[in-house]
Structure formats: structure tokens, C-alpha cells
Design a protein around this ligand. Sequence first.
Ligand SMILES: [Zn+2]
Length: 189
Amino acid sequence: MKKENSVFEFEGVKIKPSKSGTYNGCPFNCDVGTGYPIRKWKTEKGIKNHLKECCNTPTNVKVREEKTTAMANEEKKRIAELERKRADILKRIPQKVGDTIYHTYSHCVKPTHEWRGSRRVRVRYEAVYSYGWSEATIASIGFGAGTMIVFNENIAASAICATAEEAKKRSEEDQKEHDDWNKQCSSYR
Ligand SMILES: [Zn+2]
């Protein structure tokens, strides 16, 4: 004899089979508006399995909301912590707006790829960079990623040198290192 599907209760909702004995449509309407046909379950076990995973049951909705809230709180905590660290760093750095700073910089003079009409073609294995140094007046002190200080919105704290002489020396060293490395790279080919 075929086992009859019964009426049962799930999270306060009475779930009953249709006249033909199947359970038609999720009682929590999870497939409404999805564009897919309403699902049918032949057995009580089948629909119960679905209800365990259904995104619309009160329990699962609550679990999801709790997870979202927890994640938002984590994010808030992370941002607050970052703000605290940044404020702390700003208090401790020797530079202030209006100060003169010396810094190194680099820019690409020959990229690895160039446009030939509408095609981007690889023209060399390693890009060629030019290194230099400059003097600047601090107009703003901000942050890049995380706690990395950035002066005037584009000078990284790591590029700052104590004196003009030091900046000049460091940019020359950087240039030499880059040129040597580029030469070494091309000698392998
Ligand atoms: Zn469902």
C-alpha cells in the first residue's frame, strides 16, 4: 500500500498535500517570482528536505539576517579600528601641512605594450622607468590603502626622504638598480 502524505506543521504553518496527494508549491513561497514553474513534491520527506534549506522559512530568514548583521558589525568595527589607527598615525608623524618635503618618484617611459592602429602589441619584455626626485609643499595629508600615508594625494610616505641630497641619491640608486635589472633581463634572451 502506498504511504499517504499527511498534513503537518512546520514553523507554525500548516502544510497539506493537494487532492492528488502531492505538495504543490513551497508554503513559504520561495519560488514565487523566480520565473520558474511552481515546484511539486511527491513525498513528505521530499518537501521536508526542501524546508530545511528553503531561503524563506522564518528560521532560515533569521539566520541570514543575523549573519548579515554580524558582518555589518564586523565591518563597522574594522572601519572604527582603522580610523583610530589613522588618527593615531596623524598625531605621531613629524610632517604637517605647509612643510617642504623631498621625495623620489618614477614614471613609465616605455611600456611593455604599444598601440599599432587598433592592436595593442607587446614591444618589450620589461617596461622602462625613469626615476627622479622633487621638492613639494604639503597641501594635504591623507591615506591610501589601510594606514599608508599619502601626501598631496599622490606622494607615498615611502618616497619621502629627509633631505634633497638624500632624495637625489636615492633616485639615482633606484635608476641604476632598474637599469641593471632591465639589462640583466634582456641578457637572458
Ligand atoms: Zn521554499
